[in-house]
Design a protein around this ligand. Structure first.
Ligand SMILES: C[S@@+](CC[C@H](N)C(=O)[O-])C[C@H]1O[C@@H](n2cnc3c(N)ncnc32)[C@H](O)[C@@H]1O
Length: 327
């Protein structure tokens, strides 16, 4: 029975692929859906007005919708492209990633219009870069596209996510699922050389991974029980003349209190431990060893359908030794 359509977009077309009820149920139960997709969906604040998205990418993506018969794929795409599309459709994607044949992954989050807001160096040739908590690899692939040699890290199984011990004890089986299927397929299809290591941010070490010119920590801290320790480990792998780029949601209600660093403890509502103010995030970076910390941008976090989910800030921190050396 068809209960759900999976939408693949290419060259201005949208193709819907039927998903049977068993698979839809499996997806809904998957830790990726429960920890990162559903929380984001719950945050959705749909514009009350006319339902049109506000700003951002012009909505050219659903000009034509082809209905539910997978056989239609064969008619619209070359056999090679159709084979790729079918493999892509097997995975529940977090990131929207451009693929060969004009295909893209049907990711829930579409960062493609936000790349300029992260302050990545335009030309990263000769640099070594690290993407912490890479998921399907959007930021790792972007840094590779800019010429960097890139390492991506993530937890190896969903059981490694920071959740209260009581929850873990209640439902241990459903967590025992490996991560990384999307990353592996994107890497293969894009002939990427990004190396992925299954390492928690808490276990980052220069001995294991070496050190990096640019470290990206994007949309991760909110999901951590101990974001301060995570930033300290990130500091340990950042080169003295390198930088960290932290992109994170912040709570606009906690802004405007000067240097008072406020944070909201979310107690894992929507699988979020804390939402900080920008002052707290800057101070946490300072405590970890990054000083100065510059604000690069503030912008709304949008879901794949362009609705605003939260407010984000991007900060760039530099190891304090550099400042000492330069003074
Ligand atoms: C919300 S997603 C963000 C993905 C990507 N960084 C981005 O900005 O689009 C959170 C990611 O952090 C990863 N993650 C969660 N806990 C982690 C930990 N302790 N160490 C490393 N990665 C972790 C998740 O597996 C997931 O890939």
């Amino acid at each position: 029975m068809l209960v759900r359509e999976k939408r693949l977009r290419f060259a201005g077309f949208e193709v819907a692929i039927a998903t049977d009820s068993k698979r839809a149920q499996r997806i809904r139960k998957s830790p990726a859906y429960r920890y990162f997709l559903r929380p984001a969906l719950n945050l959705l604040q749909r514009p009350a007005s006319n339902g049109r998205h506000q700003g951002g990418r012009p909505d050219t993506r659903s000009r034509v919708t082809r209905g539910g018969d997978p056989a239609e794929l064969e008619g619209l795409l070359s056999p090679e492209a159709a084979a790729v599309a079918r493999r892509v459709a097997e995975i529940e994607w977090y990131h929207t990633i451009d693929l060969p044949y004009g295909l893209k992954t049907p990711g829930f989050v579409d960062n493609r219009d936000e790349v300029h807001l992260y302050g990545l160096p335009e030309d990263m040739s000769g640099m070594r870069a690290l993407d912490v908590g890479t998921f399907d690899g959007f930021w790792a692939l972007e840094m590779e596209r800019r010429g960097a040699s890139v390492v991506a890290t993530d937890i190896g199984r969903w059981s490694d996510v920071d959740i209260p011990l009581r929850w873990r004890e209640q439902d241990p089986a459903h967590l025992d699922v490996p991560t990384g299927a999307g990353f592996r397929l994107a890497r293969e299809l894009l002939q990427s050389k990004v190396e992925r290591f299954e390492t928690s941010v808490y276990d980052l070490s220069p001995e294991e991974l070496g050190t990096f010119d640019v470290v990206v920590v994007s949309d991760l801290l909110q999901h951590l029980r101990d974001p301060q320790r995570a930033l300290e480990m990130v500091y340990s792998v950042t080169r003295e003349d390198g930088c960290v780029i932290v992109a994170e949601v912040y709570n606009p209600d906690l802004e405007g209190f000067g240097e008072v660093a406020l944070s909201q403890f979310k107690a894992m509502v929507n699988h979020t431990w804390y939402v900080h103010s920008t002052a707290t995030l800057k101070l946490m970076l300072n405590v970890a060893g990054f000083n100065p910390v510059d604000e690069v941008s503030r912008f709304p976090l949008r879901g794949g359908d362009c609705h605003v989910m939260a407010q984000k800030v991007t900060l760039k921190g530099y190891p304090w030794q550099r400042k000492i050396r330069e003074n």
